[in-house]
Design a protein around this ligand. Structure first.
Ligand code: MG
Ligand code: MG
Length: 255
C-alpha cells in the first residue's frame, strides 16, 4: 500500500531527514586516509544517538542477507555499488567512498547517501560523482504532482545514459515513511507516463547508482551484503528522501 503523508508527517520526516544529513556530514568530515570504515560507522552512531534517533540499517536482514547488517551506515568503496559493510578496512588516498545512512526519529524514517573521493580523486571519479548528482537532480526535478513514477525513473536513466554510465537493472529507490522501505518501488530505469501518479504527500527515496563501466551487471561479495560491479569499474550512489508537494519537490534529507 502506498501511504500519503499529511503535512505534520512531512514535518516530522524532515526532522528525521535532518539527522541523516547531519550524520552524513559528520562522516564526510571524518573520512580521511587511514581512517577505518568501522570508525566512520562510529561517527554516524554518535550523531544518531545524540539526536535520539535509531538506525533502520542496524540489524536489518532482508531475505537475501546471510547475516543482519552490522552497521548504521553502508560504506561502499571503489567498485562497491551499494550495501558495503563498515569493516576494519582503512581508507587509502583516492578511494571513492559511498556512504548511505538512515535514521528513525519519532516514528519516521529518513534515508540518504553521498559519494566522494578520499584524498586525491582518481581520474574519472569526479566526473562519475557529478553524473550521479545530475541523475539525482533530474529525478528530483521530475518528482512533481501530476507526473508518474516512470517520469522520475526515465529522468534518472536518461542522465545516467547521457554520461555513458550503467545502473543495476533491478535496484532503485522506494517509498519511505514509518518504514525505511515502503511501496512503491522506484526503478532507476523506466518509461515516461508509466507507473504511479505522483500526489502531494507521497515521499520517495530517489537513489541513482551509476557504474562507470556502463553495464547493468553486479555481483554479491562473499560477505553476502556488498554489491560490486562485475567489470571492476567504479560506482557512485547519491540519494535523497524527497516529498512530492503542491509547492514542488522538497528534499527532506537536508541540513
Ligand atoms: Mg539509502
Ligand atoms: Mg534508499
Amino acid at each position: 500500500m502506498v501511504e500519503i503523508k499529511n503535512d505534520a508527517a512531512l514535518a516530522a520526516m524532515r526532522e528525521a531527514g535532518r539527522v541523516v544529513a547531519q550524520a552524513l556530514a559528520a562522516v564526510r568530515e571524518a573520512a580521511a586516509v587511514g581512517v577505518s570504515l568501522r570508525e566512520l560507522d562510529g561517527v554516524a552512531r554518535e550523531v544518531l544517538a545524540k539526536a535520539g534517533a535509531t538506525s533502520p540499517f542496524l540489524g536489518y536482514q532482508p531475505a537475501f542477507a546471510p547475516v543482519p547488517f552490522p552497521g548504521v551506515i553502508c560504506t561502499s568503496v571503489n567498485d562497491a555499488v551499494v550495501h558495503g559493510v563498515p569493516t576494519d578496512y582503512r581508507l587509502r588516498d583516492g578511494d571513492l567512498l559511498g556512504v548511505d545512512c538512515g535514521a528513525l526519529l519519532d516514528g519516521w524514517a529518513g534515508d540518504a547517501a553521498i559519494t566522494f573521493s578520499v584524498g586525491t580523486p582518481r581520474p574519472g571519479d569526479t566526473e562519475l560523482v557529478a553524473a550521479t548528482q545530475r541523475a539525482l537532480d533530474a529525478g528530483i526535478a521530475a518528482a512533481v504532482v501530476g507526473n508518474r513514477t516512470g517520469d522520475i525513473s526515465h529522468a534518472v536513466e536518461s542522465a545516467a545514459t547521457a554520461a555513458g554510465c550503467g545502473m543495476p537493472a533491478d535496484l532503485g529507490g522506494h517509498g519511505i515513511g514509518r518504514q525505511m522501505h515502503e511501496e512503491p518501488h522506484l526503478p532507476n530505469h523506466g518509461r515516461p507516463g508509466r507507473g504511479l501518479r505522483l500526489r502531494h504527500g507521497l515521499v520517495l527515496a530517489i537513489e541513482p547508482m551509476l557504474m562507470a563501466g556502463g553495464g547493468v551487471d553486479y555481483r554479491t561479495a562473499p560477505d553476502g551484503w556488498t554489491l560490486l560491479t562485475t567489470d571492476g569499474s567504479r560506482a557512485a550512489h547519491i540519494e535523497h528522501t524527497v516529498a512530492i508537494t503542491d509547492a514542488g519537490p522538497q528534499i527532506l534529507t537536508a541540513l
